[in-house]
Design a binder for this molecule. Structure first.
Ligand SMILES: CC(C)(COP(=O)(O)OP(=O)(O)OC[C@H]1O[C@@H](n2cnc3c(N)ncnc32)[C@H](O)[C@@H]1OP(=O)(O)O)[C@@H](O)C(=O)NCCC(=O)NCCS
Length: 157
């Protein structure tokens, strides 16, 4: 399988937050944000892996540093950091855009592990990463370290 650059699978989504997404005070639910995080991570993994069925194996602890309100755009920027055999670490930056203030602030960052499955539901190999820049190499080694930690915590290593 030909290695692929992390640039090939990058994705950004912007979703306008509406009243059903929030509590009565207008604060968007964490679960709504996580749904969109999962969706954009799936798009990145699908772009990288191609035809496979992609499932979420884990999402690392996420802290919401700032609120997102009704009428803000939830802006998610996602990229692949690390690939093992069938698993991929996708990093998702979570921003809130306030149109009135013309400001965009970082709400949090999520690390999502996606696993590629074949048609029989077995974990299947995905392309390795083509690392061209120092930043991509740094992200890869940091992603590898985080993956070892999460597998140890899950009792898988
Ligand atoms: C993810 C899943 C396929 C792993 O199954 P498994 O029996 O552990 O399979 P394997 O041992 O073959 O592992 C497959 C890959 O998953 C990785 N993996 C398994 N558990 C993991 C975890 N908790 N965190 C990160 N990666 C994990 C393994 O390291 C392996 O990666 P590699 O091939 O790159 O080395 C299985 O747990 C599953 O189907 N979970 C449900 C996924 C789902 O439906 N998610 C949506 C929400 S329910």
């Amino acid at each position: 399988m030909k290695p692929k650059s992390p640039q090939e699978s990058r994705a950004e989504t912007a979703v306008l937050m509406m009243p059903p997404d929030a509590n009565p005070m207008g604060n968007v639910f964490g679960g709504v944000i996580m749904k969109h995080v999962d969706l954009v991570a799936g798009i990145v993994a699908k772009r990288h892996a191609g035809h496979a069925n992609l499932v979420t194996a884990s999402i690392d602890r996420v802290t919401f540093l700032r609120p997102v309100f009704i009428g803000n755009a939830l802006v998610l920027s996602a990229r692949i950091n690390y690939v093992r055999r069938s698993s991929m670490e996708v990093e998702v930056d979570i921003d809130s855009e306030d149109f009135d203030a013309g400001a965009r602030v970082r709400t949090g960052t999520a690390f999502v592990t996606m696993v590629a499955l074949d048609k029989d539901g077995r974990a299947t190999e995905v392309p390795q990463l083509l690392l061209e820049t120092d930043e991509e190499k740094k992200r890869f080694s940091e992603g590898k370290r985080r993956m070892m930690t999460r597998l140890r915590e899950a009792g898988k290593a």
